[in-house]
Design a protein. Sequence first.
Length: 298
Amino acid sequence: MSESDQALRGGPPALFGRHGGRGRGRSLLWHLSVIVVVLVVVYPVIWMIGTSFKPATEIVTSNRPWPLHGTLKNFSAGWDANPGVTFGHFFMNSLVISVLAVAGTLLSCSLAAYAFARLSFPGRSALFAVMVVTILLPYHVLIVPQYAIFKTFGWINTDLPVVVPKFLATEAFFIFLMVQFMRGIPKEIDDAARVDGCGPYRTFLWVLLPLTRPALITSAIFAFIWTWNDFFTQLVYFNNTDKFTVPIGLSLFVDQTGMTSYGPMMAMSILALLPVFLFFLAFQRLLVDGATSSGLKG
């Protein structure tokens, strides 16, 4: 029986069957490859979780990612590892700095982006080009002059060197992100607001800012995660233990002789991941919407 007869009788043609088998084989191979990649990426997290429940002797002798004799002592030992300062104090320091950094980033970068995207002033294109070029500058090039300036102000070992720059629109990436988003909003909206008697500030606050909600949420998520995980900047400016944040607190589990308390360190690492994970989980859908509808799409 020919393939056309099979098609007329309702049976699948032989050629379609061969192509269907190839498609299923490719799909199966693709899914297996994705599973392998996910396991490779997730394995360090699984090992960290398992190690946080292992006793010290088992960490050294066992290569299994899961504990044979689980214990919760690593969490209590890590929480009270530093005399006089619990790990909860480090959490509070990180939380305060991260929240202030998010607030400063959204406020200053949205104002700068509005100026670049909607206002006309001399040198706007040149200033925007300079701002974009600063994204390419390594942060380590700027840390020395910044440290000298902040030391002159007497800001060392305070939150000001980490927080104040966020209120001065120093995050060029977020400015560029918001500019690209605002340029996609029709300018007729500004004209309508001007006819209704709104000036530049009221137009920004009541008209344009609500429309840039996806870009603001995307910037807030990235600003929080980057500030929470920042180690180098906070290590440079914080000298006293009571000012340390979570990343610096984790480094205290490695002493000067090179000995590491792996169990308590892994336990506190899990707790350090929880705020970032919960923050990302809560705003995951908004992050995807903001990334797809803003300048990240090119």
